[in-house]
Design a protein around this ligand. Structure first.
Ligand SMILES: Cc1cc2nc3c(=O)[nH]c(=O)nc-3n(C[C@H](O)[C@H](O)[C@H](O)COP(=O)(O)OP(=O)(O)OC[C@H]3O[C@@H](n4cnc5c(N)ncnc54)[C@H](O)[C@@H]3O)c2cc1C
Length: 320
């Protein structure tokens, strides 16, 4: 039986939804699934890991692992993969996942593929699918080594309902400190803001909002819906939005339940970052704007009129 080791995505001490999505997909392809959780205080997440559907939980819980550091974290993943006899190791689409995957693959002499959106088992053969060239093509990649390390694109898989695993905890020994690079502190410039890659709703502003007043108008809508506020590159380059809010090929890849593009034309580089969203709603005054080609719902109109109406209507629905 194929064995898949999923590396848990943990943020601020909580398990992110992507972990259950990866575990569900592993179950769907008929694999035995283990999860590795690495950090400080992560043993308390064991129940969540079981509930996500895993049959074994590898736990590396050590105060020295409080801050992410590639060397020690990779050592823990390799240890768990060897003990489990993993054929595949799957990371979620996080900065740490993207950093660790090539390191782990090199140590295990495994193939490494990033941004996968599908996995198929054909007998012993593993085949993965990934978008390339800003989503213009899909590549089918046949894996010719015995093992694969993959980074799964955000929103590629769905978490199953009513899944649950079995508790079988294996404690990993804390790895030696990597003295070559020691992370002392992580300084966040987005304190208190909703993380775009986690948000259930993302509302992005484009050049159509014109200036800071336009950004603030849309920000109020985002606040009403507890949505993350993203931006097109035009807004970032123009100095209206911080760099970490850029969605697209050279920004973040997001896959929320609802993505609202407000005053965004829908350039291919922008679509590369949001086309995996479940529902897309676009507000644009130009009925020919390419964003409408990918939108599930479109509002053709002036955003300065549409956004206040949307806020009013949302308020009415909430008060019913
Ligand atoms: C190598 C490379 C990488 C790139 N990476 C990215 C990336 O990661 N992310 C990204 O976003 N872009 C990226 N770009 C830039 C991209 O090509 C576009 O230039 C950019 O996305 C355009 O941003 P925009 O849609 O906000 O602006 P525009 O294309 O100018 O569109 C503005 C839209 O607003 C509408 N509008 C104007 N006024 C109103 C109004 N009052 N009400 C309603 N609608 C209105 C207009 O009809 C128009 O469709 C990249 C480009 C290159 C070359």
């Amino acid at each position: 039986m194929t064995k898949v080791l999923v590396i848990a995505d943990i943020k601020d001490g909580a398990l992110k939804g992507s972990t259950a999505e990866l575990v569900s997909k592993a179950g769907e392809i008929g694999a035995e699934t283990a999860v590795a959780a690495i950090g400080s205080g992560v043993a308390s997440l064991t129940g969540d890991l079981v509930q996500a559907g895993s049959s074994t939980q590898y736990i590396a819980d050590d105060p020295g692992l409080e801050l992410f550091s590639a060397g020690p974290y990779a050592a823990c993943v390799v240890d768990a993969a060897r003990q489990f006899g993993a054929d595949m190791i799957w990371f979620g689409f996080s900065e740490s996942g993207k950093t660790l995957a090539p390191r782990v693959a090199a140590r295990l002499d495994a193939a490494c593929v990033s941004e996968i959106i599908d996995v198929k088992l054909k007998g012993d053969q593993v085949e993965v699918t990934r978008p390339a060239i800003a989503n213009k093509v899909l590549q089918q990649v046949k894996i010719n080594t015995g093992s694969l390390v993959a980074v799964v694109r955000a929103g590629a898989f769905e978490a199953g309902e009513d899944v649950s695993g079995t508790e079988n905890v294996v404690q990993l020994s804390p790895p030696e400190t990597d003295a070559r690079a020691v992370i002392q502190e992580i300084i966040s410039d987005a304190e208190g803001e909703i993380d775009l890659t986690d948000a259930n709703i993302v509302i992005s502003v484009g050049r159509g909002v014109k200036d800071q007043d336009g950004v603030n108008l849309v920000k109020e809508l985002a606040h009403d819906l507890q949505a993350g506020l993203g931006a097109s590159r035009a807004m970032v380059d123009g100095g209206f939005m911080p760099h970490n809010t850029q969605v697209g090929q050279t920004g973040k890849i997001v896959a929320p339940s609802l993505y609202m593009a407000v005053g965004i034309s829908g350039a291919i580089q922008h679509l590369a970052g949001m086309s995996g969203s479940k529902y897309i709603l676009a507000v644009n005054k130009d009925p020919e704007a390419p964003i409408f080609n990918v939108a599930d719902y479109g509002i053709v109109g002036d955003l300065f009129e549409v956004v206040p109406i949307l806020r009013e209507e949302i308020k009415k629905v909430r008060n019913q």
